[in-house]
Design a protein around this ligand. Structure first.
Ligand code: AFP
Ligand code: FBP
Length: 322
């Protein structure tokens, strides 16, 4: 099986970007080890703190964030990082070529129940005309990403990554400490009979989403004429990994549960990287208003509606909004 660096060189990825990706993955290997230790480390449970999103931070959130931040900034390739767990971007070196955004531990409510979690990352080129501590550097559309990926800490530790030449899967060989290529050019089937949504929010959704999901639930005697299955892991990395593996539609729709927060998922740390991975695998990644990767961000912690996955099913869902 091919190792990561030669696989990336085959895709003509520049050497400095390969080195940066390797730095991110060095931190993820350490996170994978700590996550795997579970109760043996005193790392489960929450801290006393809240992050900028107003969420209580898990101990593993904080440790994963610190490890990624330190290793990425030390690499010397990065002008700044932004993280779901940091209020502002953190400066690296002024002549750093890249910006890295990450969710250090997505699905962190799963940490205490030994269930799926992961690290999501996204890389852009850094603008030369802005200072390294300026959040505005990160206000770039997802379309400008040069790399995106996630590391899923599951029964095996897997990396899904794209540099714009298809989405590839790698598995961490824990005996060698290396990610090995297991599937090149993953393809998401255009059709599906599986959907993924937090059904407990159903009464708060907008009418088009209510109608769409009702039609899926109606099964083979309803307007869709077929039965649909549902899956929800409460970790976007887990749900999107399943969609990449066998298709499906994943949505976190706009809701009216909390008027100050109509959307839950974060554009830079969740929606954009997953959109890049899915589009590179033949899927679609949209809001009800348009393509996710076309959104011009107005803040680094912006939240967006997400409707993504198998192409024909996403289009079907969007047809309810017309
Ligand atoms: P964290 O980023 O706080 O770990 O939350 C995970 C997440 O943003 C995303 O990965 C899941 O799809 C979603 O939250 C789960 O939301 P519910 O709590 O509504 O199930
Ligand atoms: P398998 O034994 O085939 O893996 O099925 C698992 C299972 O019996 C339970 O572990 C799980 O709760 C249930 O099926 C899931 O059922 P559904 O497919 O209806 O969600």
């Amino acid at each position: 099986m091919q190792r990561l660096a030669p696989a990336l060189r085959q895709d003509n990825v520049p050497l400095d970007l390969i080195s940066l990706i390797q730095a991110i993955l060095t931190a993820s290997k350490d996170i994978s080890f700590r996550v795997g230790q579970g109760h043996l480390n005193d790392l489960l449970g929450s801290t006393e703190d809240e992050n900028v999103q107003g969420e209580v931070q898990k101990k593993l959130d904080v440790i994963s964030n610190d490890m990624l931040k330190e290793i990425i900034l030390e690499s010397g390739f990065v002008k700044a990082i932004s993280s779901e767990e940091e209020d502002h971007c953190v400066a690296g070196v002024e002549d750093g070529k890249y910006l890295v955004s990450f969710d250090p531990l997505d699905g962190s409510s799963n940490t205490d129940i030994n269930s799926l979690i992961g690290t999501i990352f996204s890389i852009h080129e850094a603008p030369k005309d802005l200072a390294a501590n300026d959040n505005d550097m990160f206000k770039q559309a997802g379309d400008k990403q040069v790399c995106a990926g996630y590391v899923l800490y599951g029964p095996s530790t897997m990396l899904a990554m794209t540099t714009g030449n298809g989405t590839h899967f790698y598995v961490l060989d824990k005996t060698q400490g290396e990610f090995l290529l297991v599937e090149r050019n993953v393809q998401v089937p255009a059709d599906t009979a599986e959907f993924s949504v937090n059904m407990s929010n159903q009464r708060f959704w907008q009418t088009p989403m209510q109608n769409y999901i009702n039609d899926l639930l109606a099964g083979n005697t309803g307007p869709r004429g077929k039965n649909f299955n549902m899956r929800w892991i409460a970790a976007m990395v887990g749900d999107i990994h399943r969609v990449l593996c066998r298709g499906g539609i994943f949505t976190y729709p706009t809701d009216s549960k909390d008027a100050s927060k109509p959307n839950k998922l974060r554009l830079m740390y969740e929606a954009n990287p997953m959109a890049f991975l899915l589009e590179q695998a033949g899927g679609l990644a949209m809001t009800s208003q348009g393509r996710i990767m076309d959104i011009q961000p107005d803040s680094i912690h912006q939240r967006v509606e997400v409707i993504m996955g198998s192409k024909n099913e996403v289009e079907k869902c969007l047809s309810y909004y017309k």
